[in-house]
Ligand binder design. Structure first.
Ligand SMILES: NC(=O)C1=CN([C@@H]2O[C@H](COP(=O)(O)OP(=O)(O)OC[C@H]3O[C@@H](n4cnc5c(N)ncnc54)[C@H](O)[C@@H]3O)[C@@H](O)[C@H]2O)C=CC1
Ligand SMILES: O=C(O)C1=N[C@H](C(=O)O)C[C@H](O)C1
Length: 254
């Protein structure tokens, strides 16, 4: 039995993760964390409002779907206390990921930070990296629900990082381009442009648009429901038990 803590259990993703854990007989939910919780227990599971009170609890895995401002501190805390992190929360810098990887290696503890747990999104990123070898002109458009706190999305950043491994830095558009309204051309990642759309009704969607002489290629992934992320989270929880360091991206476990 794998004993699991869920941080952010009352949120949109936390709620889906709780259901996923309850539906799997090989997983046991032993604690949940949310600083804003008023109750002391949830479906028979103790609720914690301060992560410090989780020190010493017998648990194997720390699932985190909280918010970007605490993602790094939570992951560090989990590793330091022997809980294998399975983190979907976005907002890590490259430096933070490198630090957490080193810490996990030092502790010889498995873990996963995955900007997107949907298999289709992982495939989209892989296909985008492959296409970028042939189509260096590319723009990324991510579209999300209007409660999302961070922009661009973790998935868009990871996609740009993967593309930049095969695409030399290149500024797109004309050199004397002028933004008539600031931000019109989106965020700049090594000359690639990332655009963020926020609308009610959306869940999580991304297009990667490539252009070349006389042709175009558009890759698109849609998460219509948060259930789309749960098979990836379930896989992550089981695989981190066999790892001795943190990995960044679900693709490393597929
Ligand atoms: N990797 C992936 O596949 C996915 C990642 N996400 C990411 O997961 C994160 C959460 O997304 P949602 O569930 O939509 O947000 P949400 O706002 O619905 O839920 C976040 C929850 O975390 C709680 N929280 C805030 N600070 C906390 C703390 N210090 N300790 C414990 N709980 C805390 C909040 O009270 C809230 O209930 C975001 O960063 C989002 O980008 C979302 C969907 C998929
Ligand atoms: O906030 C969300 O909803 C999502 N966040 C992740 C991201 O920032 O990429 C994953 C997915 O896009 C949903």
């Amino acid at each position: 039995m794998i004993k699991v803590i869920i941080a952010g259990f009352k949120g949109r993703m936390g709620t889906a993760a709780v259901n996923m854990v309850f539906e799997d007989d090989t997983l046991a939910l032993v604690a949940v964390l949310d600083p804003f919780a008023q109750e002391t227990s949830f479906k028979g599971v103790p609720i914690f409002t301060d992560k410090a009170d989780l020190v010493g609890i017998s648990a194997d895995v720390w699932i985190d779907f909280t918010q970007p401002s605490v993602a790094y501190e939570h992951t560090k805390f989990a590793i330091e206390n022997g809980f294998r992190p399975v983190v979907g929360t976005t907002g890590f810098s490259e430096t933070q990921i490198a630090e957490l990887l080193a810490l996990s290696e030092n502790k010889q503890l498995g873990g996963l930070i995955a900007p997107n747990f949907a298999i289709g999104a992982v495939l989209l990123m892989e296909f985008a990296q492959k296409a970028a070898k042939f189509f260096p002109d590319v723009e990324i458009i991510e579209l999300h629900h209007d409660k999302k706190k961070d922009a661009p999305s973790g998935t868009a950043i990871k996609t740009a990082e993967l593309i930049s491994k095969v695409r030399p830095a290149k500024r797109q558009g004309v050199s004397d381009e002028t933004e008539m309204i600031s931000g019109a051309r989106g965020a700049d990642f090594e000359g690639m442009r990332l655009h963020s759309v926020r609308l009610p009704g959306l869940v999580a969607h991304q297009e990667v648009i490539f252009g070349a002489n006389g042709e175009g290629l558009t890759l698109r992934h849609d998460s219509y429901d948060r259930i789309s992320f749960m098979s990836g989270v379930n896989l992550g929880v089981k695989k981190v038990m066999t790892l001795d360091k943190l990995v960044y991206g679900l693709e490393h476990l597929l």
